[in-house]
Ligand binder design. Structure first.
Ligand code: MEV
Length: 452
């Protein structure tokens, strides 16, 4: 291995794929040839597919695989779904499936889209009299709309487009700081490119307007565009998911816990996450375990969804639980409002072969249907996490799911895996306990354990 770490490289992006790998393996790995073989072994067998994957990002040298699982039995507004989930965390798909199954027998999930508005902003500086700009704004708005018509036409044909443009003055940032605050509807696309192109066109129109309008004096003709970009905070692109049943129908729980005790502990767990940000972050992380997995499987932008969800969770100034629970008049109600800006056309949804399959598996949902599916999965995930936490504890199920990974890491043979799986059926799994168990069976009867 040479001293690549201390050598910058120029023109890396211009190297061929093999050239990039060669440079990397020669400079950063102890065994260049085997790393080269390994990296290329993850290339897709179908060259065309690989070309598509390479084109999605830059400096692509290989593929990074994540498990693609499915959670069956999701009943959402009386329609059944098998939901695709991509995640690196064990227990997530199992928990989503368990949550789906639990509610399947109790009426399933009810979901409703509460809004589909997205937002974009042009941030700019202008130092003339505020009233003057405000008075001319209706004229400016007409110009913004007419000069972007070529761009918005197709979106409008589909029922989308600009819903509202406002001029906002925010002197707290700086006396001359303004925003064009734009609400839009992007139909079944997530709409990032549409929105950003539109905003850049607005910025140009704004500049031209201010520079040329006869009402402005010479000094007032200067506008500084700071930036034009969509906002990932879309609290009005909102969906509600709910599951409810009589408390008595919740069933029985481990160690003889009654439905009433479960409901009370569950409601308290949610209330804690409403008051305590330390708990809220973990609680919401559990929700995003499910949300992100479907968002990724359908080729959507999970960073955008997460950023928005966490901002929404802090909308009253304190970070709180996204979900809510009430137990009243013998009824258990569990629900969540979550902003989800998703697309089912355009972007990666059209490019990534598995994203296309995911949407097919879901019955080709439009964006609103996908919002509802994702919200139901988030709620199911949250339900399963809290159910474990307030009954057996999370490690019980989690470590059972993790057992195969521990065994793999310890180099267990197939026979050892089978014995360990049976042994740990009713025992606590930990790395230590599995390692001790393997040592013991290897010492006791090496041949029985499948070793020579
Ligand atoms: C683990 O990935 C997620 C949980 O911690 C969520 C929660 O605590 O609610 C189990």
């Amino acid at each position: 291995m040479s001293t690549g770490r201390s050598h910058p490289i120029s023109g890396f992006s211009k190297l061929s794929k093999i050239g990039k790998i060669k440079w990397l393996v020669e400079h950063f790995f102890r065994d260049p040839e085997s790393v080269m073989r390994e990296l290329t072994s993850y290339w897709h067998a179908n060259e065309e597919q690989q070309k598509i994957l390479d084109g999605i990002s830059e400096n692509t040298i290989s593929n990074y695989h994540l498990p693609y699982g499915v959670a069956p039995n999701f009943r959402i507004n009386d329609r059944m779904y098998v939901v695709p989930m991509v995640t690196e965390e064990s227990s997530v798909v199992a928990a989503a499936s368990a949550g789906a199954k639990f509610w399947l027998e109790r009426g399933g999930f009810r979901t409703e889209v509460l809004g589909t508005l997205k937002k974009g902003q042009v941030h700019f500086l202008w130092y003339g009299p505020r009233e003057k700009l405000e008075a001319l704004f209706p004229e400016l708005e007409i110009r913004l709309r007419s000069e972007s018509a070529a761009h918005t036409g197709r979106m409008e044909e589909r029922g989308g487009g600009v819903r509202r443009i406002r001029l906002l003055h925010m002197p707290a940032v700086e006396p001359g700081y303004y925003q064009l605050d734009v609400d839009l509807h992007t139909c079944d696309s997530m709409g990032a490119n549409f929105t950003n192109t539109l905003l850049e066109s607005f910025a140009q129109s704004l500049t031209d307007f201010v520079e040329s309008h006869p009402s402005f004096s010479l000094e007032e003709r200067e506008v500084v565009i700071i930036m034009s970009i969509l906002s990932n905070y879309t609290p009005e692109c909102l969906v509600r998911a709910e599951a409810s049943c009589p408390i008595d129908d919740l069933g029985t729980f481990p160690n003889g816990m009654t439905a009433a005790t479960f409901a009370r502990k569950f409601e308290l767990a949610v209330r804690i996450a409403h008051q305590d940000p330390y708990r809220a972050a973990t609680h919401n992380k559990g929700i995003f375990n499910g949300v992100d997995a479907v968002v990724i499987a359908t080729g959507n932008d999970f960073r955008a969804v997460e950023a928005c969800g966490h901002a929404f969770a802090a909308r009253d100034g304190q970070y709180r639980s996204l979900s809510d629970c009430r137990t009243e008049d013998g009824l258990f109600r569990f629900w969540m409002d979550i902003p989800l800006s998703l697309g089912t056309v355009g972007g990666l949804t059209a490019l990534h072969p598995m994203a296309r399959r995911s949407l097919e598996l879901l019955g080709e949902p439009d964006a609103e249907a996908l919002m509802q599916i994702v919200a139901a999965v988030g709620l199911a995930q949250n339900f399963s996490a809290l159910r474990s936490l307030v009954t057996t504890g999370i490690q019980h199920g989690h470590m059972k799911m993790h057992l195969p990974n521990i065994l793999l890491g310890l180099g267990a043979t197939e026979a050892e895996c089978a014995r360990a799986t049976a042994w740990f059926q009713d025992k606590t799994v930990s790395y230590q306990s599995v390692r001790d168990y393997l040592l013991r069976i290897r010492q006791e009867a090496p041949t029985l354990a499948g070793r020579s």
